[in-house]
Design a protein around this ligand. Structure first.
Ligand code: ADP
Ligand code: MG
Length: 696
């Protein structure tokens, strides 16, 4: 057993009871766990302040001085202990409201102390509440260090496991650990990227010599964490590419014919670029696994169709899977127009397709006469057997899990089909690299020409009459309107009430207008029915919860009102806004809020008003909320990072990915002597697979 696997119970000063507490409260089991329990901040003990420099706007400071007098002020319940603390330059009051007896015994006048705390001001007097106070020791006399502050729990504090205690444990464990810490990165890489060694990094993350060392330690450890994640993802990709041959396709008459005769518009440069990327993959002989990201309305469908033609031209079949019936139906209607003109057979398969209608679909699929199959997860059912599936497209990735993705692959027994995943949820590059690091990534970062950008405004609830007047005028010119209410997670009942109240007041404000309503507690058929009524223009206003979020296309709907907009995340607001702006008319998005807005809500609303760019919005969202909360990324273990932060460490992540790529390209099996450190680390991480198994 290695040093790092030793149970904490055996660390000096811990013992079975404290070990149990550390396990329960902080999930620390072994010496290794403790060492990886990094400080979350540091108190600056690098210098002493003189009292004359101190004011209430400086953060935590440490001061050297003497107590000149001690006083107990106030009666029983409002008692406080005040010690007057002075250096050459001035005086500050140290104040305690609790633990007075204990402090009284501890502090004495006319002895030199170091105090540490947050200064504040009462009237003309400076004070510091509940400071740390210590006798001057050799170490504190010298100053010049950063004091680590560790994550702790209340429970631990009540059992006297406080920061001081943890600092002591870390000191002890590190003393023993030093000779066991092994380098995990090649020397050449350390030199090239100016990274410090592992040992120095571990010491300095806990007990930094100064700010520069801390910065270096953080950079080194973050890089290492990101590097090994990327290494693993890229390895997975290489393995798959090596193992899974792809069907080789070539340009065919079908494709040329489509470009010449049926292409309804010029492709944007971004679309052309992505089509080229897909072609290259599908001609390469390796199985394609590509993620296509593009904002709502950027024209992913046509790119999908062109890829389908490539597959059909090679005498195989293609499937397109969407997360809902409505979306599948929409894709079917759109693509059928082209397919019919070109004489290509196409069918729709969803849960609501009757048994009698399924049979011919199954048969034609199996004998290869049916070329394109569009549908929902009904495509994944056992009976759905292709003659030869050449390309599988999955729209709106986040609704499908990785497991489902792979089920679709396995529809062929000899060769896996090429896979194209399309998503309208823009994912910042850093996240995409981590979540989909095993996929190739294509981006459509340009909207078709002539699209009118959606006008977004923020209105307070007090302007509801004006907003209603605007809705009315839009409906009079023939447009349709969405009004969306937030989901409040705590209570479905409350959500529904919220929505129903909204519905009633809208019905009162627009007595003549037919209104649809859509929410999560409706049966799927009822939802589809309401959605279809709205899509046909029979209703003019759609009152809904966020269920309308995913891809539904009603080009005539040009106004999106979002109620209690402060309750939505940025990405979600952007997704909702994407429901409008699909037709020729000018579209509008109005964000309704009350006057009380947190700073973060304000940033979200301002970002929405400022930009229509999904990637910019996703980046801001990532910075505001961190990756764990971003749409669709919730249960992804890939984001449980120990020290790196995908919102902030994008540059480092890029370097980590490049380095991992370069190394694996040259030495895919990590056999070269220069990569021995990496190999050891990879193997030891396999043994402690807890974190890693969750990633894939
Ligand atoms: P999304 O990326 O959201 O799936 P769609 O593929 O549904 O976008 O395209 C949105 C609309 O833009 C469709 O009506 C489509 O016909 C149209 N469109 C796509 N590409 C172009 C283009 N290059 N020029 C003009 N219109 C386009
Ligand atoms: Mg789409």
């Amino acid at each position: 057993m290695s040093f790092f696997d030793t149970s904490l119970e055996f660390l000096k000063g811990v013992g079975p009871q404290r070990a149990a507490l550390l396990q329960k409260e902080l999930k620390l089991f072994t010496f290794g766990d403790l060492i990886q329990h990094y400080p979350f901040r540091y108190e600056d003990r690098t210098r002493f302040y003189s009292i004359s420099e101190v004011n209430e706007s400086v953060p935590f400071v440490q001061i050297k001085g003497k107590i000149t007098d001690i006083e107990l002020i106030g009666d029983k319940h409002k008692r406080r202990l005040v010690a007057y603390f002075a250096d050459e330059g001035g005086e500050i009051e140290l104040v305690w409201f609790q633990g007075i007896n204990w402090v009284t015994q501890k502090i004495k006048p006319n002895i030199e102390y170091v105090v540490f705390g947050k200064p504040s001001r009462y009237g003309s007097k400076l004070s510091m509440a509940h400071p740390e106070i210590d006798l001057i020791t050799e170490k504190s006399e010298k100053g010049g260090y950063l004091q680590p502050v560790y994550p702790l729990s209340e429970k631990l504090r009540t059992r006297y496991i406080d920061n001081k205690f943890l600092v002591k444990l870390q000191q002890d464990v590190l003393k023993g650990a030093i000779s066991h810490i092994r380098e995990t990165l090649p020397t050449s890489l350390l030199q090239q990227l100016k990274l410090i060694g592992k040992k120095e990094a571990i010491i300095n993350i806990h007990f930094p010599k100064n700010h520069d060392w801390l910065t270096s330690a953080l950079r080194r450890l973050k890089f290492e964490e990101l590097f090994f994640i990327q290494l693993r993802l890229i390895k997975m990709k290489l393995v798959r590419q090596g193992k899974f041959k792809g069907i080789v396709f070539n340009d065919t008459a079908i494709l040329t014919n489509f470009y010449k005769e049926h292409l309804p518009f010029d492709l944007t440069e971004a679309q052309k670029k992505v089509v080229r990327e897909i072609y290259t993959d599908m001609k390469s002989g390796k199985q394609m696994n590509r993620l296509l990201q593009g904002d709502v309305g950027s024209g992913k469908t046509i790119v999908g169709f062109i890829s389908i033609l490539l597959a059909i031209g090679g005498d195989t079949q293609a499937a397109l899977m969407a997360p809902t019936e409505i979306l599948a139906q929409q894709h079917y209607t759109n693509l059928k127009k082209y397919a019919d003109k070109m004489g290509i057979s196409i069918a729709l398969l969803t849960g609501s397709v009757k048994k009698s209608a399924r049979k011919p679909i199954h048969e034609q699929l199996a004998n290869g006469t049916l070329k394109i199959l569009i549908g929902t997860h009904a495509l994944l059912e056992e009976e759905v057997k292709f003659n030869q599936l050449g390309l599988a497209i999955i729209d709106e990735q986040h609704r499908f899990g990785v497991a489902q993705r792979s089920k679709l692959w396995q529809k062929n027994n000899h060769l896996y089909p090429h896979v194209l995943v399309m998503t309208a949820t823009p994912i910042p590059r850093t996240l995409a690299m981590t979540l989909y690091g095993d996929l190739e990534i294509s981006v459509i970062d340009e909207l078709p020409k002539g699209r009118k950008p959606i006008k977004t405004t923020h209105r307070f609830d007090s302007h509801r009459l004006q907003v209603n007047a605007f809705i009315k005028s839009q409906i009079e010119t023939g447009r349709q309107v969405y009004i969306v209410y937030p989901l409040i997670e705590e209570s479905e009942k409350l959500d529904l009430k919220h929505l129903m109240d909204g519905y009633e007041s809208i019905a009162r404000a627009f007595p003549e207008v037919p209104i649809s309503i859509l929410h999560g507690q409706m049966k799927p058929e009822a939802k589809d029915f309401e959605m279809a009524r709205f899509a046909k223009g029979e209703t003019k206003i759609m009152v809904a919860t966020t269920v309308i979020e995913v891809g539904v296309d009603v080009p005539n709907a040009s106004v999106m009102i979002i109620e209690s907009a402060q309750r939505f995340g940025l990405s979600q607001l952007h997704q909702l806004r994407g429901r409008v702006g699909r037709g020729a008319e000018q579209s509008y998005c109005i964000l309704m809020t009350d006057h009380k807005l947190s700073a973060e809500s304000k940033t979200r609303i301002e970002t929405m008003v400022r930009t229509n760019n999904g990637f910019e919005i996703a980046e801001t969202d990532l910075k505001l909320r961190g990756p764990g909360d971003l749409m669709g990324t919730q249960q992804s273990g890939a984001l449980d990072l120990l020290i790196a932060d995908l919102g902030k460490d994008g540059e480092l992540l890029k370097q980590a990915r490049e380095s991992a790529n370069t190394i694996l390209e040259k030495d895919p099996l990590l056999e070269l002597p220069e990569n021995i450190h990496i190999l050891h680390q990879v193997e030891s991480m396999k043994k402690t697979a807890v974190n890693w198994s969750r990633i894939s």
